[in-house]
Design a protein around this ligand. Structure first.
Ligand SMILES: [Zn+2]
Length: 359
């Protein structure tokens, strides 16, 4: 399989193997004479020798989780969809840790970039790496911290999601806090590797605790609002800002515009905008063959905005709750293609704005 120069014998290999397999082989260094003979090794130990401990660990990771109960519980947690999706990926062992990267041939080392000598598994990165452990030590009930750090990975997750009293410190809804911190720990790990601009540990703990609280309180707030105010615009919870936006299209000539505004918990106007996006531009995008590419770039921009250091909830609301944005968008539809910023509400939206305030 190897030629005289020590490279893979592609002429020979390509006779028998499909291209996809050849590409995988190309990623592996060919065996060398000086490197000794090939011997089987146990990949889950550093020294490649089999151990019962590592086999047990492997079985535990591979064991099916109590998916139904855990998942039903996660689904009900008041966290944004992106955190639920993250958990789903983590629970199904699909998180792109260094072990997974090596498995997919996109990295050459499976070691944790912090610990250097420990493979970066999902359990390691989310729980056992000192970086994660310091955070858990600060927010888990001290009486149960040992159990928290030592139970098998699959039980760790299902227990933390299902048992709300055992590990929490009693001052918050533990399950929400647990999933928020799993997500933040992973986010920080990626920021450190890719952005080099991580949040400091104590700041991260404060941020996570507040974030979990906000998710819980918004959830409770939304539940109550649904009962009392079904059709009108409603202000955001205390300390939050609400941005409403909408688009308007003239069905005759296809000219389109967008508009929106930001208001605080008292309904006070912070800023408004309109923009005529033209009919040509919109049609071009729709007709372009690379529609999916345009969408991807647009979605990427949106995701970048969401990823800034703030908390964002996005919701679809029906038109009756969105009259001001609707009116704003229609305003610029027939104007020149440009953006208009309103420090104060324009006269055209005053009626709708007052209606919002009355509820
Ligand atoms: Zn580590």
């Amino acid at each position: 399989m190897v030629d005289d120069a020590g490279s893979w014998d592609w002429a020979r290999l390509s006779q028998w193997l499909p291209h996809a397999t050849l590409e995988k082989i190309a990623a592996v260094k060919p065996p060398q004479i000086g490197a000794g003979t090939d011997v089987p090794g146990w990949r889950w130990e550093k020294n490649r020798n089999f151990s019962v401990k590592s086999a047990y660990k492997l079985l535990d990771i591979a064991a099916p989780l109590n998916v139904h109960t855990s998942w039903a519980k996660i689904w009900k947690l008041p966290v944004p969809p992106r955190i639920r999706v993250f958990l789903w990926i983590a629970f199904h062992q699909r998180l792109l840790t260094n072990i997974e990267r090596v498995r997919r041939h996109i990295s050459s080392t499976e070691m944790c970039s912090t610990c250097q000598d420990t493979p970066e598994s999902i359990d390691h990165v989310l729980r056992l790496c000192p970086k994660a452990r310091h955070i858990w030590e600060a927010i888990v009930d001290q009486r149960n911290i040992h159990e928290f750090l030592s139970i098998p990975f699959s039980r760790w997750i299902s227990q933390c999601v299902q048992d709300s009293a055992r590990f929490g410190q009693g001052d918050a809804i533990w399950n929400t806090r647990f999933v928020v911190f799993c997500w933040l720990i992973w986010k920080r790990r990626c920021n450190e590797i890719f952005d080099n601009n991580p949040l400091h540990e104590s700041a991260l703990i404060r941020y996570g605790i507040q974030l979990a609280k906000d998710f819980d309180s918004v959830h409770i707030g939304v539940k109550n609002l649904r009962i009392s105010q079904p059709a009108a615009w409603c202000p955001p919870p205390h300390g939050w800002m609400k941005a409403n936006c909408d688009g308007a299209v003239n069905t005759k000539d296809g000219r389109a515009a967008i508009g929106g505004m930001i208001r605080d918990e008292y309904g006070s106007w912070k800023l408004g905008f309109t923009r005529n996006i033209g009919s040509l531009e919109a049609t071009k995008i729709i007709n372009r063959s690379s529609l999916s590419l345009v969408n991807t770039l647009l979605v990427e921009d949106i995701l970048k905005l969401i990823a800034r250091p703030w908390i964002v909830h996005i919701r679809h609301i029906n038109r009756s709750k969105n009259k001001v944005a609707d009116t704003l968008a229609a305003l610029s539809r027939d104007k020149a293609i440009d953006e208009e910023i309103f420090e104060k509400p324009p006269n055209e939206v005053m009626i709708e704005l007052n209606r919002d305030m009355i509820g």
